[in-house]
Write a protein that binds this ligand. Structure first.
Ligand SMILES: Cc1ncc(C[n+]2csc(CCOP(=O)(O)OP(=O)(O)O)c2C)c(N)n1
Length: 563
C-alpha cells in the first residue's frame, strides 16, 4: 500500500485554508472516500460532530453556522450522499448562511469506468450555492481558489467537490494522542466571529426615494440579525413596522408581528386598502409568512427598496426593487440617522394611527379569544410560549408552529428561528440539534410529521443535552386543515394530513431521548414546570391534540380577534 499521499495532503491544505478563512467547525458523515477530509479535520483540531444522514448533517451545519455566525463545513462520501446536502444548501443560500459542502468524489472519469457509488458531482449544487469548486483546483492556483471561496462565504454556501485517488488512509495508525473529539458529553468549543460587512452607495438612492414618499412600511421576513432597539425606535416614529417574529424586528413594541390577524380585522372593517397602503416598502429577509399582506401589497403599485447582503432582490411587488447590498442592521441604522431629522407629517401620523388602531384592537381581543378556546394546538402553543425561559433560544418547525408563534410573540424575548428560506420540514430538528451543540440552550416546537421526517437528526455524536423538543402531535399535517381545498378532495386524512398512527415514544426510545406525553392543559403545565432543568439527554414532550378541534379552535380564535 502506498503511503497516504496526494489525497490526504490535498485535504489538509483545503482544511487549513478554510480555517484561515474563519471555518468554525465541521459535521462529518461516515464514508470511505471522504477519509482524507475526516483525518484532516481531526488533525487540525477543528470542533466537529459526526452525523449519519447527510441531509440531517447539512442541516446540523446550518444550525451551527447560524448560532456561531461562522462558516461550518459538512463533509461526506461520494454518490447519493453528496446529493443529500442539497436541501440545507438551498436553505442556506436563501438566507445567506455560510455552510461549505465538502463532497469527496472518485477520480475524474470514474463514472464512465464501471466504478460504484459514482455520479456527476462537479457543479451538482450549482443552483443553490454561491460558488462550485474543485479541489485541488485545475485551472486556478489553490490560493486563488481559497480566496474565491472566502469571498463567496460572505454571501452564502459553497460546494467544494474533492476527487480523491487512493490511498485514502494512512499506512500506519494515526498517532493523535488524547481523547477523540466529543467522546462522552463534551462539547465543541466555538469562538464567535465578528459579522463580515460590505457596503455600497445605494444608500443615497434609497434616502432620496424615502424623502419623496410619505407612507413608509418597514417589512421584514426571517433573517438572522436582531435589529437594535435604538434603530427600531427611529423607524417606529416615521414608518409602520410589520414583520415575522423571526425577522429581527420583534424587539420593537411598535412592530405588527401577527399581520394575518391584523389583515382579518382590516378586511372585516370594510375600510379601503388605500387607507392603509404604503407608498414605499423597505423589505428584507425570507418571504413574509403572510400571503394576505403580500397579495394586498400587489394590488396597487408601491415602490420597493430591498436590503439584502447577498444581493437577492425579489421583484415582490410587480416592479424591480432598488437593491441595497448591505447587512440589514447596518442599512437600517444608516437610514435611521437620516430619518431622525425628518419629523413625520400629520398625514403620516394619521396613517400610522390607522394601522396601530387595528393592531391594538386585535391585541385587546386576544386574551378573551384564547380563554374561550378548547384544548387544542392553539392552547398548547399559548402555554408553551408563556413558559419558555428567556435564556433559551427558540426554533420553530416549518408548518403551523412558526405561524402560531406569531400570535404569542413578545418583544422581551429573543428572536426565534425557523428555516423560512425555502420552508422545508425536512431539517427543522437537525438545525435545532446543530444550534444546540454550539449554543446549548435550544427549544424546538415542531409538528409530528416534521419530527418523524427528520428522525435522523438524532443520529449524531455527541447529542446535545440542552435541547428540548415540543412535538405538537395532532395526528399529521395540521396545516392542511387551515387551507381551503384539501378537504374537498376526499384525500385530506390519507394524502394531506397523512395520518400515520405511529408512536413517537418508540422513536424516542430508539434514540435514547427522554419522552413524556401530555394530553391536556393541566398535564402540559405540570410537565413544563421543570422541563428546562438540566438533563443528560434531550427531552421530547409529546403534546397530543385533536386535529378537528385544533382547526376549529384556530378559526374561532381568528374570528374572535377580528370583530
Ligand atoms: C421537505 C418538505 N416536504 C413537504 C413539505 C410540505 N409540507 C408543509 S407543512 C407539511 C405538514 C407538516 O406537518 P407537521 O410537521 O405535523 O406540522 P403541522 O402541520 O401539524 O403543524 C408538509 C408536508 C415541506 N414544506 N417540506
Amino acid at each position: 500500500m502506498k503511503e497516504s499521499g496526494a489525497a490526504i495532503s490535498a485535504a489538509r491544505r483545503l482544511i487549513s485554508g478554510l480555517i484561515e478563512s474563519g471555518l468554525g467547525g465541521a459535521v462529518v458523515s461516515p464514508g470511505s472516500r471522504n477519509a482524507p477530509l475526516m483525518q484532516a479535520i481531526r488533525d487540525a483540531g477543528l470542533p466537529e460532530i459526526v452525523a449519519l444522514d447527510e441531509r440531517a448533517a447539512a442541516h446540523h451545519a446550518l444550525g451551527m453556522a447560524l448560532a456561531l455566525n461562522q462558516p461550518v463545513a459538512v463533509c461526506c462520501t461520494s454518490g447519493t450522499a453528496a446529493i443529500n446536502h442539497g436541501p440545507a444548501l438551498a436553505e442556506a443560500s436563501q438566507l445567506g448562511l455560510p455552510i461549505i459542502s465538502l463532497t469527496a468524489d472518485r477520480p475524474e472519469g470514474a463514472a464512465n469506468q464501471w466504478e460504484s457509488q459514482t455520479l456527476v458531482q462537479s457543479g451538482m449544487h450549482a443552483g443553490h450555492v454561491r460558488g462550485s469548486y474543485l479541489w485541488p483546483p485545475k485551472v486556478n492556483s489553490e490560493v486563488d481558489c481559497l480566496d474565491a471561496i472566502r469571498a463567496d462565504l460572505l454571501y452564502g454556501p459553497v460546494h467544494v467537490n474533492c476527487p480523491f485517488d487512493e490511498p485514502l488512509y494512512p499506512s500506519k495508525t494515526s498517532d493523535i494522542k488524547g481523547e477523540a473529539p466529543f467522546s462522552g458529553q463534551s462539547y465543541p468549543q466555538f469562538e464567535p466571529r465578528i459579522d463580515l460587512q460590505t457596503s455600497n452607495d445605494a444608500l443615497l438612492r434609497i434616502q432620496k426615494a424615502l424623502e419623496r414618499q410619505e407612507r413608509i412600511m418597514l417589512l421584514g421576513g426571517t433573517q438572522r440579525t436582531v435589529i437594535d432597539t435604538d434603530t427600531l425606535s427611529v423607524w417606529g416614529q416615521k414608518a409602520v413596522i410589520v414583520g415575522d417574529s423571526t425577522s429581527g424586528l420583534g424587539a420593537s413594541t411598535h412592530a405588527i408581528i401577527a399581520v394575518d390577524r391584523w389583515m382579518r380585522r382590516w378586511k372585516k372593517s370594510g375600510k379601503a386598502w388605500s387607507e392603509f397602503k404604503p407608498d414605499i416598502v423597505v423589505g428584507f429577509g425570507a418571504p413574509l409568512l403572510s400571503k394576505a399582506l403580500r397579495n394586498a401589497l400587489r394590488t396597487e403599485a408601491v415602490d420597493h427598496i430591498h436590503i439584502d447582503p447577498t444581493q437577492r432582490f425579489p421583484c415582490a411587488f410587480q416592479q424591480p426593487p432598488i437593491g441595497v447590498q448591505m447587512p440589514v442592521q447596518m442599512a437600517l441604522a444608516e437610514l435611521s440617522k437620516h430619518m431622525e431629522s425628518h419629523a413625520p407629517t400629520d398625514a403620516v401620523r394619521s396613517w400610522q394611527l390607522r394601522w396601530h388602531d387595528i393592531e391594538s384592537r386585535t391585541r385587546a381581543a386576544h386574551d378573551a379569544a384564547l380563554d374561550a378556546a378548547p384544548w387544542s394546538d392553539l392552547v398548547a402553543h399559548a402555554i408553551l410560549h408563556e413558559a419558555i425561559p428567556l435564556d433559551w433560544d427558540l426554533h420553530l418547525g416549518n408548518s403551523t408552529p412558526v405561524r402560531y408563534a406569531q400570535l404569542f410573540h413578545s418583544s422581551d424575548r429573543p428572536a426565534p428561528w425557523s428555516n423560512r428560506g425555502v420552508a422545508g420540514i425536512d431539517g427543522c430538528s437537525s438545525t435545532a440539534v446543530g444550534a444546540a451543540l454550539v449554543r446549548r440552550n435550544t427549544t424546538l416546537i415542531t409538528g409530528d410529521l416534521g419530527f418523524l421526517y427528520d428522525a435522523n437528526a438524532f443520529l449524531v455524536h455527541p447529542t446535545p443535552s440542552q435541547l428540548r423538543i415540543a412535538v405538537i402531535h395532532n395526528g399529521g399535517g395540521g396545516v392542511f386543515r387551515w387551507l381551503d381545498g384539501p378537504e374537498r378532495t376526499g384525500l385530506l386524512e390519507s394524502h394531506f394530513e397523512m395520518r400515520h398512527g405511529r408512536e413517537l415514544s418508540s422513536l424516542c426510545d430508539f434514540h435514547s431521548l427522554e419522552h413524556q406525553r401530555v394530553t391536556n392543559s393541566e398535564t402540559l403545565r405540570a410537565a413544563l414546570s421543570d422541563w428546562w432543568s438540566p438533563s443528560a439527554v434531550p427531552r421530547v414532550l409529546e403534546i397530543a391534540t385533536s386535529p378537528e378541534l385544533s382547526a376549529e379552535a384556530y378559526s374561532m380564535y381568528m374570528d374572535k380577534v377580528s370583530v
